[in-house]
Every structure is written in C-alpha cells, then in structure tokens.
Ligand binder design. Sequence first.
Ligand code: ATP
Ligand code: MG
Length: 487
Amino acid sequence: MNLTNENTLPNNDAGELSGFAALGIGGALLKATLAAGFTEPKPIQVQAIPPQLEGRDIFGIAQTGSGKTAAFALPILSKIIGLGTKRRPKTARALILAPTRELAVQIEDTIKLLAKGAHISTALVLGGVSRFSQVKKIAPGVDILIATPGRLTDLVREGDLILADTKWLVLDEGDRMLDMGFINDVKRIAKATAPDRQTALFSATMPDEIAELAKGLLKDPVRVEVSPQSTTAAEIVQSVVLARTRQKRQVLSKMLADEAMRTVIVFSRTKHGADRVTKDLVRDGFEAAVIHGNKSQNARQKALNDFRDGSVRILVATDIAARGIDVPGISHVVNFDLPDEAESYVHRIGRTGRNGRDGIAITLCDPSENAKLRQVERIIRMKLPVIADHLGSPDPQRDPREKTERHFEPANDREHHGGRRDGRRPGNGGGKKHIAGKPNGERGPKPQGERPAAAQPNSERKPGSFKRFKGNNKRRFGGKRPANRAA
Ligand SMILES: Nc1ncnc2c1ncn2[C@@H]1O[C@H](COP(=O)(O)OP(=O)(O)OP(=O)(O)O)[C@@H](O)[C@H]1O
Ligand SMILES: [Mg+2]
C-alpha cells in the first residue's frame, strides 16, 4: 500500500473502500492510523465509528484489549480535523474522562499516535502533578483534553477551564466513571459541557444499575455490544489455585520461579497487601515494582514505565492498574486475592490476552473468598477450573517478622472501606455482602481511582454547580491532600 499519497485509500478487489477508510476515516488521520499499525479495524471499531461520525451518542461494550480507545478517538479526531483551528482560550473541543492518571496519560499517547501529523492539540489534566503547567497548556484552548475528574473539577471551579465549547464527551471505563466515587463530579462536568454535545461511553463491564445511570447522560444512544458485558477475552486461560491466605506468599514465589511467567502483574486488594507482597518477592530474589494509590505520582508512573519497557518483570498493583492499562506482552495476571467487586476481576485479568494475544490468569483463593469467586463466575458466566489445591498442605514456617507486620495490618484496608457512604465497615463476610448482594443498589466499597467519594467535600459541591472556591484549598480540604486522594 502506498502511504505517501494522502489520496490513496485502501481498496478491496472490487475497488471499494476497505478497512478504516470504509468506516469514514480519511486523509492525514487515515495515514497516521495505518502508520500506527492499525490496518484492519476491530469489531468495536467497525460498529462504533460510523454512528459516531454521524453524530450519534454511543453506549459501547466490548472485551478488554479489543480496541475501544481507537473506537472513540478516531471519530472525534476526524470531526475535529475538519474544523480548522479557531478555539476560544481555556476551552477544550473534546473531553475524555478516565478513572486513573496512568490511563489518562496512555489515552493521550494513543491519540497523539493516531493523529500524528494532523495538527491536533492535546492536554492532560490530572492530579498528583503540578497544576501550573496544565493551566498554561489549556490557556490558549485545546482540541482534546484528557482528564481525571477531580483535578478537572478544580480547574473548572477556579475558572481556569471552560467547558461550554466542549462538544464531545467520552467516559472511558464508563461504568467506573458512573460509580459512586466519581458520579457527582462526572454529572457536574457533563452539565457544564455544550448542550448539544455528543457523548460516548465505553467499557468491558456494565452492571445493570450503572447502565440505568448512563441513560441520564446519553441522548438516544446507539448501543454497540460486541459481546455481552463482563465477557472475558477468549484468549485468556483462567484458573484458580486454592491456598490459605497465610500460604499465598510462598505459593506465589514458587509460581514465579517458573520462567514461563515472563511478564507478570500481581493484583492485591489492598495497598498494604501490595507492599507486603512486593517486599516478600524482592526478599525472595525477584525484581518487582509496586503501584498503588499511596505512592507519589512519579513513583506510580515510574513503576508502570519500568514494567512497560521490560526493566522489571513483575508489577504488583492494586486495582488502580486494573482498568484500561495496555502493556502489550503481559504473559500472566495473578490475583493474589479476589477483588471486592466482581467486575474488577474482568478488568484485572484483561491486562493480559490483549489484541488477540494469549494470556494466562491465575487466581489464588482462600476458602473465605469462595463467595467472591462464585460471584466472579456468575458475571463471567464461566466456571473456573481449580488447577492446584494447597489447602491440605502444612502451613509455611512462620516468618518471625509476621507478628509485627500483622500488628500494623488493619482488618480492612482503608483504601477499601473508606468510601462506604453508610459508614459500615465490611467485616467478616462483608466482602461477600457487597459483592454478592449489592443491597439497595449499593455498589459495595468505593471504587479505587483518583478521588474517593468519602473525600469529596459534598456539602460545598452541589450537583450541577462549580462553585468558585473563595479561600485557600488547604483550609477547605483540611490541610495537605493525602496522596491517595489527589484530584
Ligand atoms: N485496529 C487495530 N489494529 C491493530 N491494533 C489495534 C487496533 N485497535 C487497537 N489495537 C491495539 O490493541 C490494544 C488494545 O487496545 P485498547 O487499549 O484500545 O483496548 P480496550 O478495548 O480499550 O481495552 P480495556 O478494556 O482493557 O481498556 C492496543 O495495544 C492497541 O494499540
Ligand atoms: Mg480501554
């Protein structure tokens, strides 16, 4: 194919347009898309791009690693490229919201790649890093802004960003963006955008109660469902290893001694757990980096970058890295424990088996986690095979440090129950309750993301209004922002 001539579009044998050109992508954008190695559109792209080009709202569901990013990025880019360069200061033509900073960074990278040479301006607005450079970047106005909701809300409230000209809004990981940790910010943000905006929502999972909430944000959407929500990618071979909690660290180290586990992400339910697992792995001679919400943004991004470029083989992560992160070539995902929300399982294991590649997902399950496992099996509509059972094995030798460590480990990590609106702490069986029952539409513990619900100054933020905050943020937020709730 001749890529030097912009007018050369891919044709099939009958001389008709094929590939992305047949979906309505053309010119410099098509050229850059092909140069990025995107020659054949994925099913979600085939189904979701044309309606968005026609101006329709989209409710898009497709498995992890199936190409949802380009499915929302290409139509927006196509529309914006046709607009010329007039933008008002402090405005953004399109806004893409993501639940974590790392995902926002990755989305911007993908957009830059797909729009290479097309003179599209992008900017990132996210917490944990200097706001000054962000404000400066958006001052002249940008084409596409990628943001996490907390910092974005702050910039709008302080008058550094105006959303009135924003005609495209995307909620990537849409179910998470409408979950209780983000819903109020997202509603406010959506309300501040142009009344005739076009909205797209994409995810691999979509619990019914969240789909209901989505109706409030989408106008007569086209529903594109490549496979039923929570379907796991067929390429991922999934299994369970039965092990008591106190055996898990030893079981994990033995497992990782197998060199076939080339690039591994180990998910832990809690930040403390992630730190402990990492410490033990390093002690056992493994190279491992850790990423969780208590780390500085620099440390978080460095851990991910080191893992991405292959300088560390093992990344230990909380669910902060469960959604959207695309590191091609992760061979294995190990769930050190079951997540509280069954949907998180789908996203965690979806870090492997992406874009048609093979992947293996192994879940370590203590008998106390059986109810969570059943709930996972229910949403993925699959029974997971048990490939090893350590329950009858003697306990590992007690580590002399363990007594002290236990002393510091809370029964439930704060990361975890901190967002419960009813103030209840999930005690024994609590996990079972929120994952299985979700009583009264409650979705269990807060989602892990950029801004826990509990930390939001709700009394000062009425839905639908961005009150300009008079006074200093320090006082309002009760001093220095803890790292895990930076906007
Ligand atoms: N048409 C295409 N041709 C080749 N590669 C593609 C194409 N579309 C997407 N990819 C690649 O597939 C991988 C997964 O894409 P992407 O991250 O968009 O998946 P996703 O559906 O958003 O997954 P998740 O649900 O985990 O967020 C990326 O590495 C991306 O570059
Ligand atoms: Mg994605």
